[in-house]
Design a protein. Structure first.
Length: 293
């Protein structure tokens, strides 16, 4: 996730460098061609580029709004995961008989691993050593590892309830939190697997390039430098806005505008380990980058 204190402008420039080069070459070429007598005869009312520019602006506003909504939903879902993880472990500590520290630690460790495993699976990364060692140690396998870990929560909870260590109400409360964690996982998977319609991106791209092609013929031919600059800058602004929305629409792609799942998992781990009474829990390291993962 991008941090306010250090936002790298060069990151965005690198993302649209090919479009910058293309529009720059086009603006210079059309500027000099417009000096030729035949091209000077071509003139369009400024209303036509203005109409195209308005259409592009409306489409970009919708695209940016939808992309931000997806990004914000992902952040909201992970906020719920943080809260539910803390609540789950707190209720486990409260409901289990005093002195059953081993079972409490098992639930706590499993919940910590679940948060890391969910983030890594959403980014389609290989599991970290911490997660993989836990999976190997507990023989957890399957196509959906985070879901398999939640199954382990449910299985252990069933055994505890069967031995009458929990009341029906306590079991229902813990099951309700596991259900909420599963719902949050499903929402993340929906965001990950539902792509923004490609046809919409193609339409916006075509309109931007048509606007760039028409714009010079609505400008004053007597000021070459101004014509080149306007033909270059206005389409680049549109392209930058569109690229920003494209980057933001996929919040689990292991990039600078990602939902900071690793950082949130570390926060959950620190909180849970403190809750179960572990000593010397290391804090989060200060982030030196302009974004955190």
């Amino acid at each position: 996730m991008l941090l306010n204190k250090k936002i790298s402008v060069w990151y965005f420039i690198r993302e649209i460098k090919s479009q910058i080069l293309f529009i720059g070459i086009f603006a210079v070429a059309i500027g000099f061609l417009d000096m030729l007598p035949w091209f000077r005869k071509i003139s369009l009312p400024l209303n036509i580029p203005a109409l195209l520019g308005t259409a592009v602006s409306l489409l970009l506003a919708f695209r940016t709004s939808q992309s931000y909504e997806r990004w914000w939903e992902a952040r909201t879902v992970w906020g719920a995961i943080v809260n539910d993880s803390r609540t789950f472990v707190r209720l486990v500590i409260q409901f289990l008989p005093a002195g059953d520290d081993k079972t409490v630690k098992e639930f706590a460790e499993r919940q910590i691993i679940w948060t890391y495993a969910l983030g890594e699976s959403l980014r389609k990364q290989p599991f970290s050593d911490k997660v993989q060692q836990y999976l190997d140690r507990n023989n957890i396998t399957g196509m959906n590892i985070p879901n398999a870990i939640l199954d382990e929560h449910s299985s252990q909870l069933k055994k505890i309830a069967g031995s009458n260590e929990l009341t029906d109400f306590q079991q229902m409360q813990l099951n309700d939190i596991i259900t909420r964690l599963c719902d949050s996982m499903g929402k993340c998977e929906r965001l990950k697997n539902t792509v923004f319609p490609r046809s919409y991106s193609i339409l916006v791209h075509i309109l931007i390039y048509v606007f760039a092609a028409v714009l010079p013929f609505g400008l004053d031919d007597s000021q070459l430098i101004v014509e080149i600059l306007v033909t270059f800058l206005v389409p680049i602004v549109f392209i930058a806005i569109e690229k920003t929305s494209i980057i933001m629409q996929d919040p689990f792609e292991n990039g600078p505008v990602d939902t900071p799942m690793t950082s949130l998992a570390q926060t959950i781990e620190i909180n849970i380990r403190q809750m179960i009474g572990e000593q010397n829990v290391p804090g989060k390291k200060e982030n030196k980058s302009y974004y955190e993962m």
